[in-house]
Design a binder for this molecule. Structure first.
Ligand SMILES: Cc1ncc(COP(=O)(O)O)c(C=O)c1O
Length: 322
């Protein structure tokens, strides 16, 4: 990787050594990370990501990340210095107390997956929801990285893990949603999944759209008769799913509710990032959930701002394993 990184308040060349060999992050992968996306040089929902990181830091007794304003400034600086206005943004805190931020250009998923629906696999590995790392984004992410890499190599956007009783949990890097009879269903956090920042925003948008939401245990077999399926993450946004393992789901194409949520999500992104691209007055950028359109039977009630009519995430999401 070339360019610059931010380490403990200093901008360094990316290849410069910055983490001591004896840091537990190097020894054991002991530390935390967050991945968000920058739009036009502005990190999206940084506060939510740092909030999740702080809760994990407390639970795993890892040093907390710096404050929001410091990291917001660091990411904006990196986006400028690395010429990455549309960026993959990674924040890390090591158990040895190092704080790191880096940006890279996005590595988009194929645009056709957004238009026609992607395929996802089922992970061959069962998850242990009671494991100590469950629900945390630790630097020890190799199982997810290898499983996703294998899924991508086979043409799948992600691989969804099942829990011990065959319930759906989450992808290696995404949360999963089903639409059934006009209701949105997603595995509940209590099952031992990552509290996705995108998941949270999609649920909030669904509330604005008066879409009934059920967070619950979902059996794998329910995928077969779902009207729509989609996955979410901060880089890929809302990705429609047309096939699970090679079987068609949801009629084999993106459904209307998925499209509506994807557009509404994009609309929130644009509103918040436009507001936050002015110099921040407070550490937390203005949250513009009100930008979510209200629901209408034929589609979004409010036309998204110009330039947003392409499928959400098209040409701008990431294929990287995290
Ligand atoms: C296991 C797992 N679940 C869900 C997600 C989605 O989280 P977010 O929406 O915060 O990107 C991720 C993101 O990498 C993840 O690693």
């Amino acid at each position: 990787m070339s360019g610059y990184v931010w380490v403990d308040g200093r901008i360094l060349r990316a290849h410069q050594p910055a983490i001591p060999t004896i840091d537990p992050a190097v020894l054991y992968g002991f530390g935390l990370f967050e991945v968000t996306r920058a739009y036009r040089g502005v990190p999206f929902r940084l506060h939510d990501h740092l909030d999740r990181m702080r809760r994990s830091a407390e639970a795993l007794r890892v040093p907390a990340p710096p404050d929001d304003a410091t990291l917001d400034k660091a990411v904006r600086t990196l986006c400028r210095r690395n010429h990455t206005p549309e960026a993959y943004v990674r924040l890390m805190v090591t158990a040895g107390g190092r704080h790191v931020a880096l940006t890279r250009p996005l590595d988009p998923l194929p645009e056709r997956w957004y238009r026609k629906g992607a395929a996802i696999a089922l992970s061959p590995f069962r998850r242990d929801p009671a494991g100590p790392l469950t629900g945390h984004k630790t630097l020890n992410y190799l199982e997810n990285v290898l499983t996703r890499r294998d899924a991508l190599a086979r043409g799948f956007a992600d691989a969804v893990a099942l829990g011990p009783l065959g319930v759906l949990l989450e992808g290696c890097v995404s949360n999963i949603f089903l639409v059934k009879k006009g209701e949105l269903h997603t595995p509940s956090l209590g099952l031992g999944i990552l509290p996705g920042v995108t998941r949270k925003l999609v649920l909030r948008i669904a509330g604005h759209l008066a879409l009934p939401v059920r967070e619950r245990a979902i059996q794998k077999r329910e995928l077969a008769d779902a009207d729509e399926v989609f996955i979410t993450n901060s880089l890929i946004e809302v990705l429609p799913v047309a096939r699970v393992a090679r079987r068609e789901v949801g009629g084999g194409r993106p459904g209307p509710i998925t499209r509506l949520l994807a557009m509404a999500y994009r609309s929130v992104v644009l509103t918040e990032c436009a507001a936050a691209s002015r110099p921040p007055r407070s550490p937390r950028p203005a949250a513009c959930d009100s930008a979510a359109p209200s629901r209408s039977p034929s589609g979004p009630a409010r036309t998204p701002p110009r330039g947003t009519t392409a499928p959400a995430g098209s040409g701008s999401s990431s294929r990287r394993t995290r």
